[in-house]
Design a protein around this ligand. Structure first.
Ligand SMILES: Nc1ncnc2c1ncn2[C@@H]1O[C@H](COP(=O)(O)OP(=O)(O)OP(=O)(O)O)[C@@H](O)[C@H]1O
Ligand SMILES: O=C(O)[C@@H](O)C(=O)CO
Length: 432
């Protein structure tokens, strides 16, 4: 296998978001969970997205894992490596975007890293280095209340400079509008001035096409699915590949299997999606204090679910509005509460699988990471898109092969997302 593009994603939902974008643009893509073992047989693909769970861990560990993934990808021919971060730049001043970007750049022998977290379809745009979420500056958006990394600064040049060892430049929209050659020249000028990376503006798909083409001249780039779109379109054109969406999910004997939704995201979007879904299916809202006190609450939830699974899809949610999250964190400690809730939901997924689950939807990046790890999943084939950034996934590898999944980033999807996802997992080929 000779890869056209290697990608390292800092969480699992972000990885499937990117993999979906690459597949839509015509690159045959597979998502692996960590660096795949040599025993895992992968199909012939153009791009691999190695999914890590490195967004909220110690920076030095995120660097180690990312470099290991980089070696694996370069060893399979990847000339360019994209470090996939969240389109809302989820990070803290301790990292992990800056430290990983610095390490990937050093490994590649220097140069300058183009950084662009835009994802136009989900309303993420960058102007004058400031990130907007549906037109609202990042620090005023719901991301200001994120349970793990609340975002309080919209100026990404400033945010990244606090995390990176090298100065950070800006390539403004006026330059992006002039196209790939002007972008390349601006990046070179910034590199000559000692910058190790630069934030690139973009408010429309044409900007991402220009950025993708320019970024390919450097060995490393960083960003979200928008830059993935630009890179993929540039590679498809360069290689003369057919520019149409490719879906790799095969027929499944899980079509009539039990289905469940596990929500651990407390994002505004997920809270609305739960509200819609609970009118259509049995829904259990976990008692968070009880869940953090001992195993009885999780067992109650599993019993509740297994009694209902045969009758149709069910939803179990830990999600609460921001004020309740803050109260829980004050009582139990933020990271401890987050970890315990993730592990409880992962345990539920394991129990549900043993009870015959064939279709699973998980809401929340960290939550998805915990669930996928607990189930021991190794890699995913990428199917059609359910909503921007959320594809149908089919597990491959030793454990749970054939299981159909959707891993939803907290903020993605419309209000009907859970209903749409259930329909699409049941019948990936049906037109929406
Ligand atoms: N009721 C709750 N109180 C406190 N923490 C919670 C509660 N429910 C879930 N959590 C924790 O909040 C965190 C939510 O993070 P997660 O990444 O799963 O969702 P998200 O941040 O909305 O999604 P994404 O990272 O994809 O944007 C997890 O650590 C989860 O365990
Ligand atoms: O880019 C995004 O917003 C998502 O793919 C993600 O990474 C959220 O966890």
């Amino acid at each position: 296998m000779t890869l056209l593009l290697g990608c390292i994603a800092d969480d699992y939902t972000g990885a499937s978001d990117l993999a979906s974008m690459l597949s839509r643009c015509g690159l045959r893509t597979v998502q692996t969970i960590g660096v795949p073992p040599s025993s895992l047989e992968l199909p012939e693909v153009d791009a691999v997205v190695v999914a890590l769970k490195s967004r909220s861990i110690e920076a030095h560990r995120a660097v180690e894992l990312s470099l290991e993934a980089e070696s694996w990808l370069r060893g399979r021919g990847a000339g360019h490596v994209l470090f996939k971060i969240c389109s809302t730049f989820d990070s803290t001043d301790a990292g992990n975007i800056g430290p990983v970007l610095d390490a990937l750049r050093a490994r590649a022998g220097g140069g300058i890293v183009a950084v662009n977290p835009a994802f136009i379809e989900t309303g993420r745009t960058v102007y004058q280095g400031h990130l907007f979420v549906n037109g609202v500056p990042l620090h005023e958006s719901p991301l200001k209340d994120h349970p793990l990394n609340p975002m309080h600064d919209s100026n990404l040049v400033r945010v990244l400079a606090r995390q990176s060892a090298s100065p950070v430049g800006l390539v403004p929209l006026a330059v992006i509008e002039q196209g790939p050659d002007a972008i390349r020249a601006a990046l070179q000028a910034l590199a000559s001035d000692g910058n190790g990376s630069a934030i690139l503006d973009s408010v429309a798909p044409r900007h991402l096409l220009a950025i993708g083409e320019a970024a390919l001249s450097e060995p490393v780039s960083t960003g979200a699915s928008g830059i993935g779109y630009g890179l993929a379109r540039a590679l498809v054109a360069r290689e003369g590949l057919p520019a149409h969406a490719v879906s790799a999910v095969g027929s499944t004997d899980h079509r009539d299997a039990h289905a469940a939704i596990l929500a651990g995201s407390c994002s505004a979007a997920t809270l609305r999606q739960i509200e819609v879904a609970e009118r259509r299916m049995p829904c259990l809202k976990l008692d968070i204090d009880a869940l953090l006190d001992g195993p009885a609450e999780a067992q109650r939830a599993l019993d509740w679910a297994t009694q209902r699974l045969a009758k149709g899809p069910i939803l179990i949610a830990s999600s609460t509005p921001p004020e309740a999250v803050r109260a829980t964190q004050a009582r139990h400690g933020g990271p401890a509460a987050g970890h315990a809730v993730e592990q409880a939901l992962a345990g539920l997924a394991e129990g549900l699988l043993a009870a015959g689950l064939g279709q699973l939807i998980v809401a929340g990046g960290e939550t998805s990471g915990a669930v996928v790890d607990r189930l021991g999943l190794q890699a995913f084939l990428i199917g059609p898109e359910i909503a921007p950034g959320v594809p149908v996934l089919q597990a491959v590898g030793a454990r749970s092969s054939g299981l159909m999944l959707a891993l939803k980033s907290g903020n993605f999807g419309g209000d009907d997302f859970f209903l749409e996802a259930l329909a699409k997992l049941r019948d990936p080929d049906a037109s929406s």
